[in-house]
Design a protein around this ligand. Structure first.
Ligand SMILES: Cc1cc2nc3c(=O)[nH]c(=O)nc-3n(C[C@H](O)[C@H](O)[C@H](O)COP(=O)(O)OP(=O)(O)OC[C@H]3O[C@@H](n4cnc5c(N)ncnc54)[C@H](O)[C@@H]3O)c2cc1C
Length: 317
């Protein structure tokens, strides 16, 4: 068995990559198959994901569009949809700013193909990213809508939006390496997208896991203390039982003996306003100490990157 400290990584380098590359990089966390990434692997990976309906993976690519729509009745038709998984603002009369994931835009068309603005948005996206629409519609079937313009807003431009719009439209992904108790708490935050290493698919007796189970060092027990030794004994015995079960059963069966202390990877993708909400709850004194251990330094990094959005966040020591 191995014991490691918790950690996090802000995935902003991925933001500079194409949507397909971002989606594949995040999606492979479930299977821990990052070693299979090549220059040509994103397209077949995404086709497989869509075919198998593992649609949450396509939430890992987010983009912002600026829609020119001087015809108020077209905009009103769109607003009536109350799109739950898109961030929509009207920064100026006749202009809409819409941010969402590949999944949200795909399902917008699946559910509302009759709405003109939806057809205009989908026509633009299907021309630019045919991979994400090849299973449902071709761009050629969606001619431009008179009077409507659709343009992608580059991330560098999103970063210059006025603070309230920046907070709503800017999304950022974080990869956590923490124990399973902590990921169980993080995933209670509903406006986020998540992908997590799967104990159903990952066999910890395999070479890529060092043929062992990895646990997160418990914050509560100093190394060498009586309690730490008890914890260590419990983990060692559990690992032995897990490996024994793996000899005759599948990882999804054997994992039923694995404890909260197990190391796991979780990608959490949210807009800045939701991160602010998470930090308020998860860095405060009543939060679980192991959660604070990771969320306090993460919140400080967010504060440094987006001072205007996080200026009011007070972090209790
Ligand atoms: C110190 C602490 C102790 C906790 N103890 C427990 C516990 O004992 N048991 C337990 O079950 N949970 C517990 N929780 C989890 C807690 O109840 C929330 O599920 C979790 O913190 C998610 O936060 P949230 O609901 O405020 O917002 P999020 O899910 O992060 O949502 C953000 C915002 O979206 C909106 N929103 C999202 N979904 C809805 C919805 N369906 N309806 C209306 N508005 C919505 C709200 O405006 C909300 O503020 C605890 C959390 C903390 C921080």
């Amino acid at each position: 068995m191995q014991v490691v400290a918790p950690s996090f990584e802000i995935l902003d380098a991925l933001d500079q990559q194409s949507l397909a590359v971002r989606i594949e990089a995040c999606g492979r966390i479930c299977y821990k198959s990052e070693d299979k990434i090549t220059a040509a692997s994103a397209v077949p990976f995404i086709r497989g994901i869509i075919k198998h309906g593992h649609n949450s993976v396509t939430e890992m690519g987010v983009l912002t569009l600026r829609i020119g729509c001087p015809d108020a009745s077209l905009a009103a038709g769109f607003f009536r949809l109350l799109p739950r998984y898109l961030v929509v603002d009207e920064p100026a009369a006749g202009t809409l700013l819409i941010t969402g994931s590949v999944r949200a835009f795909r399902e917008l068309y699946m559910n509302h193909a009759e709405v003109e603005l939806v057809r205009a948005i989908t026509g633009f996206l299907a021309a630019r990213h045919p991979l994400f629409y090849e299973d449902m519609v071709a761009a050629a079937a969606l001619p431009a809508v008179a009077g409507v313009t659709v343009a992608k807003v580059p991330l560098a431009e999103v970063d210059t939006l006025p603070t309230p719009l920046l907070a709503r439209h800017r999304h950022l992904a974080v990869k956590f390496i923490v124990n399973r108790a902590i990921t169980h708490e993080i995933v209670r935050h509903r406006p986020c997208s998540y992908l997590q290493e799967s104990q159903r698919y990952c066999r910890y007796d395999g070479d890529k896991f060092g043929n062992q189970v990895t646990f997160i060092k418990p914050l509560f027990y100093p190394e060498g203390s009586v309690e730490y030794r008890l914890w260590e004994k419990a983990m060692r015995e559990t690992e032995a039982l897990y490996l024994q079960l793996l000899a005759t059963s599948s990882p999804q069966a054997a994992r039923t003996v694995l404890p909260n202390s197990c190391r796991t990877e979780l990608i959490t993708y949210a807009n800045l306003i939701e991160w602010l909400h998470i930090f308020r709850l998860r860095t405060s004194k009543p939060a679980e100490p192991t959660m604070r251990e990771i969320m306090i330094p993460l919140a400080q990094e967010f504060k440094a990157r987006f001072p205007a959005v996080f200026a009011g966040l007070e972090i209790e020591a």
